[in-house]
Design a protein around this ligand. Sequence first.
Ligand code: DQA
Length: 142
Amino acid sequence: KLVYVLNGPNLNRLGLREPGIYGSQTLDDIGAMLVERGETLGFEIDLRQSNHEGHLVDWLHEAEDNGAHAVLLNAGAYTHTSIALHDAIRSIKVPVIEVHLSNPHLREEFRHKSWVGMAAKGTVAGFGAQSYLVALEAAATL
Ligand code: DQA
């Protein structure tokens, strides 16, 4: 079973970027954790990152076309702006789980609205890198 783990803008800077908020683990570290847990859950992990909104739209479509079991999506700041991602999630049948390292609701007002969350199956936020693992466990229940 294939699980796409799609990451949006600035998440390539994880580990360097505001470590007080996002922690010291890199996206590669998170990928390694997911591959390890994925093995026990019977998942093959395809982790990607892009700073470009359209790549994320294309990858959501691709997940559907490739028969993915689920998508974990941390859309970064596009979470709060992107109707295109909202529509892309609604355009596919594969369940999308919204993921955030931080809890956006505890932060600035402009992070309180999530276009991704309004289309996703569910959301895991606020547990740092562990948010991704919790989301993967959730995918195993689907
Ligand atoms: C984030 C939260 C977003 O508000 C922010 O723009 C990010 C990271 C998170 O994982 O906590 O880039 O998605």
